[in-house]
Design a protein around this ligand. Sequence first.
Ligand SMILES: Nc1ncnc2c1ncn2[C@@H]1O[C@H](COP(=O)(O)OP(=O)(O)OP(=O)(O)O)[C@@H](O)[C@H]1O
Ligand SMILES: [Mg+2]
Length: 216
Amino acid sequence: MSAYFVTATGTDIGKTFVTAGLVRHLRAQGKTVRALKPIISGIDDLAASDTGALLAALGEPVTQAAVARLSPWRFREPLSPDMAAAREGRTIPFDDLVNFCRDAIGGDTLFIEGVGGILVPLDDRRTVRDWARALGLPLIVVAGSYLGTISHTLTALEAMGGLEIAALVLNESETSPVKLAETAATLARFAPAIPIVPLPRDAGPQDFAVLARTLI
Ligand SMILES: Nc1ncnc2c1ncn2[C@@H]1O[C@H](COP(=O)(O)OP(=O)(O)OP(=O)(O)O)[C@@H](O)[C@H]1O
Ligand SMILES: [Mg+2]
């Protein structure tokens, strides 16, 4: 395993849940793992934040300094990064963002959690896709199983054309109209080249072990 960029079909789909689960699983295997959430918006309660969840999975205390180390670009408002930054009279320096991530790549397994979905704006002209392209890392794409996910997922995969996809994680939503396996089978017919890993609700160590094996 090396470095992965974790993205999704949208916000609140399960990027942090999947990243934290992988981190916990790999640590339990005795592996050294790192995780970053370079941009975070809507940060008031550190422990409840994505960065806090990643630090907990890493077994590190959730301190201001640790959050700042994993997440150099932090914004108060829970909005897309361009808007959250603008509310504070700031912009996200794209080159610095890319260099921060590049500097972290190498050695241990590394997960970089993006923000929202693949076409979320970072500034006036760049989106998460530009960030992912600049890094050139294989993607872990998280999708849900809710009604409507098939079109959302296939649309997102089209937008990711040209980027390497290590795994599409079909992360079970709170409510699903059909069984996870049925949605996975349909997606597999339309995206036959992509490894699809179904991840049940409240996935446990065994489920993350399967996902980790897909990534190796
Ligand atoms: N498989 C699952 N089983 C149980 N709860 C889950 C599962 N996947 C996600 N959740 C919960 O759903 C919520 C949203 O997930 P998560 O925070 O991982 O999404 P995200 O894609 O990282 O969101 P954001 O775009 O804000 O970063 C969280 O409360 C998380 O714990
Ligand atoms: Mg998250």
